[in-house]
Design a protein around this ligand. Structure first.
Ligand code: 5AD
Ligand code: FES
Length: 352
């Protein structure tokens, strides 16, 4: 009994310290992340911080999954090149522009072009695509999420008009990074890419999976320190979910509770961050995204990809929203967001 009272007081102290200073030592992070305690107060604190900055507004991003080809072989990912069962597709320029048109009419003011590292989408092809989208929708933001590329390529895309870039760092712990990726991929290169993106002028998003295989509370503490030091405009996190055709097929998926806890901690650590309640969170629990919003998230990313390719962009098993048209997804999400006490807005949703 006494021990629990002590734990509660200590956690409260750490949370207050975090809310005030927006940083903690590695050891403090590890304690806060690794200790179980009742999370209600933490969620409420995170929600208050989010409301002070963004009110009850939720930003939407139209996600267009442009290619399921990937030259990488990340052990967790369903579209890894080693997965011979994966169904591959890539969208044509016309298909992508059609998605943007549909999305724009549905009220989306940000388009996210995401895909595996597909050599077909060269520097010039992507630059051409981005400038065409910006020409048609000059008011809208374009976010790219196309993996690791060289400085020159990132700069060309930025000059073509891309505003933001999402590149999850996956884990800030080098040893852990090496357990999630084959030797051809390097932690240093990943980090260098993030630095380059920021230097070029993008609004940058990093992020990680929660409870991926071999993740420790120590490595999560490192993720939190990366966020407080690098101060990205966006942070994408979601539970790891196993995929049947990957080496991690038998690994346990991440939990709702831990993901929500980390969302709330990220909000306190970096109050202005744009923080999505991800599809992966909606996949592990029917109210996952609503609960994510209540724990501090302020962005949702409905899928605008053509219905016939949805199932093929299969990063993990049982992914939701693969049978719905974009219009159905957005209608469903509007209701969900409202039921949680927030409101979707037609806005580019820039970092404040
Ligand atoms: N479970 C959850 N998230 C995954 N991602 C890739 N595979 C999985 C999985 N099995 C995430 C990675 C990647 C993003 C596009 O999707 O973090 O950066
Ligand atoms: Fe690397 Fe998919 S194989 S993210």
């Amino acid at each position: 009994m006494l021990k629990w009272v002590y734990v509660g007081v200590k956690m409260k102290e750490l949370i207050n310290k975090l809310a005030e200073n927006h940083k903690l030592s590695l050891q403090e992070w590890e304690t806060l992340i690794g200790t179980e305690f009742l999370l209600e107060d933490l969620f409420e604190k995170a929600d208050n911080v989010r409301r002070e900055i963004y009110g009850n507004q939720v930003y939407i991003r139209g996600l267009i999954e442009i290619s399921s080809y990937c030259k990488n072989d990340c052990y967790y990912c369903g579209i890894r090149c080693g997965n011979k069962n994966a169904q591959r597709y890539r969208l044509s320029k016309e298909q992508i522009l059609d998605c943007c048109e549909a999305g724009n009419q549905l009220g989306f003011r940000t388009f996210v072009l995401q895909g595996g590292e597909d050599p077909f989408f060269t520097k010039d092809r992507v630059a051409d695509l981005v400038s065409e989208i910006k020409k048609r929708y000059p008011e809208n933001a374009v976010t790219l999420s196309l993996g690791e590329h060289d400085y020159e390529t990132y700069r060309t895309w930025f000059e073509a008009g891309a505003d933001r870039y999402l590149l999850r760092h996956e884990t800030a712990d080098r040893k852990h990074y090496e357990k999630l990726h084959p030797p051809q991929m390097s932690f240093e290169h990943r980090m260098q890419c993030l630095k380059n993106l920021k230097e070029i002028g993008y609004q940058v998003g990093c992020g990680f999976m929660v409870e991926s295989p071999d993740q420790t509370n120590r490595s999560l503490a490192q993720d939190m320190q990366l966020i407080t030091e690098f101060r990205p405009e966006m942070v994408g996190i979601g539970p790891f979910i196993s995929h049947r055709d990957t080496p991690f097929r038998n690994e346990k998926s991440g939990s709702l509770e831990k993901t929500l806890k980390l969302l709330a901690l990220i909000r306190l650590a970096h109050p202005h961050v744009l923080l999505p309640a991800t599809t992966a969170l909606g996949t592990i629990h029917p109210q996952g995204r609503e609960l994510g919003l209540k724990a501090g998230a302020n962005v949702v990313m409905p899928n605008l990809s053509p219905k016939d390719v949805r199932k093929k962009y299969s990063l993990y098993d049982h992914k939701i929203c693969t049978g719905e048209e974009a219009a159905e997804c957005i209608r469903c999400l509007k209701l969900r967001v409202e039921s949680a006490g927030y409101e979707i807005v037609e806005d580019r949703g820039d970092y404040k």
